[in-house]
Design a protein around this ligand. Structure first.
Ligand code: TYM
Length: 340
């Protein structure tokens, strides 16, 4: 990780919008666990205020927030080592988000590809929150003075915008109060692709459930989805370069690498010459043996939502202890009177 004068601190978040996918797991949660276990201070959030930028049924949102918390813990995040909480329980996120709405420029927001992808031709009908979303995301990170942000490739632009917001705030108020955090995007699975179309990202919102593996899928469903994953009739080559025009094959090699902790180069050396008729059953076995214990543990944890809520409440208290002084100082820098 790069040098900075701020104490290293990791922040990241995931939207509790249901269907946590293998992409979220390999691109984000698995990396969160590695960073937690490296001993650095880690703060991980269920970003419910982001989820409501598109319509969420209240009961479903409550369920999905708890399920995401269960997934975090089942994947190896330890509430004693990491701060785990849902965003709306720490109001400082929304408050700093407002200040940043007044720092970020419309032109910056207009360049955000995620908004364009989500809004499509319907931009006029989207919520104002969806448009301002990256500014709240900057607040999530900077309210903790986080220095490192583990994310998948699709969030890189948002973390870069966070750096721009920090820099503009510091410049406008002649201060060096906010760090410019670094996105941490590495490993074999920074962009897991759809199982049905190697040119599209694996996504929780894809209309086809066959396009993704969900963390709640049972072994039979995982097996069916991998068996039916789109591939081509060629055997696997002995060189990754030869997969450059075979995105579906490359995606499965990357998934296997990320699950086994190998590099894609090591995987291709192992599977060179295999047909998918051999490769796929092996991948099913690897995926099921890795994911089944996580799913079982999620189900066990979901049987006691009281305990999950207690973990989130405790995490929110600890998060607020860090966030509140940073918010107070930010208000002060911006000229807001704080006389209570
Ligand atoms: P979200 O909820 O869409 O995704 C959560 C994390 O999963 C990663 N990811 C993927 N990685 C690899 N392959 C994929 N197919 C794939 N799909 C998703 C995402 O890159 C992300 O790391 N804006 C964020 C949530 C957020 C946040 C933050 C993140 C809000 N505030 C502050 C970091 C810091 C989002 O929508 O992620």
């Amino acid at each position: 990780m790069g040098e900075t004068s701020f104490t290293p601190r990791v922040f990241s978040g995931i939207q509790p919008s249901g269907n946590l996918t293998l992409g979220n797991y390999l691109g984000a949660v698995k990396r969160f666990v590695e960073m937690q276990n490296s001993g650095i201070e880690t703060i991980y959030c269920m970003v419910d205020l982001h989820a409501i930028t598109v319509w969420q049924d209240p009961d479903t949102l409550r369920h999905n927030t708890r399920e995401l918390a269960a997934a975090y813990i089942a994947c190896g995040l330890d509430p004693k080592k990491s701060i785990l909480f849902n965003q709306s329980q720490v109001p400082a996120h929304a408050e700093l988000g407002w200040l940043f709405n007044c720092v970020a420029r419309l032109g910056w927001m207009n360049r955000m590809t995620q908004f364009k992808d989500k809004a499509g031709k319907n931009a006029e009908k989207m919520s104002l929150g969806l448009y301002a979303y990256p500014s709240l995301m900057a607040a999530d990170i900077l309210i903790y003075h986080a220095t490192h942000v583990p994310v998948g490739e699709d969030q890189k632009q948002h973390v870069e915008l966070t750096r721009d917001i920090a820099a503009k705030f510091n410049h406008d108020f002649k201060t060096d109060f906010f760090p410019e955090p670094e996105p941490i995007i590495d490993g074999a699975a920074t962009r897991v692709m759809s199982l049905r179309d190697g040119s599209k990202k694996m996504s929780k919102s894809d209309p086809s459930d066959m396009s993704r593996i969900n963390m709640t899928d049972d072994a039979d469903t995982i097996a069916k989805k991998i068996r039916k994953a789109k591939t081509d009739p060629e055997a696997l080559p002995d060189n990754l370069d030869d997969l450059k025009d075979r995105p579906e094959a490359r995606n499965l090699v990357n998934i296997r690498a990320a699950l086994t902790g190998q590099t894609p180069e090591q995987v291709i050396a192992e599977v060179a010459g295999q047909q998918f008729g051999t490769f796929k059953p092996d991948l099913v076995e690897i995926a099921v043996s890795h994911l089944a214990p996580i799913t079982d543990e999620m189900n066990r944890l979901m049987a006691d939502v009281g305990e999950i809520d207690r973990v989130l409440g405790d995490g929110a208290n600890r998060a607020a202890e860090i966030a509140e002084p940073i918010l107070a100082k930010t208000y002060d820098i911006a000229g807001m009177i704080r006389s209570r």
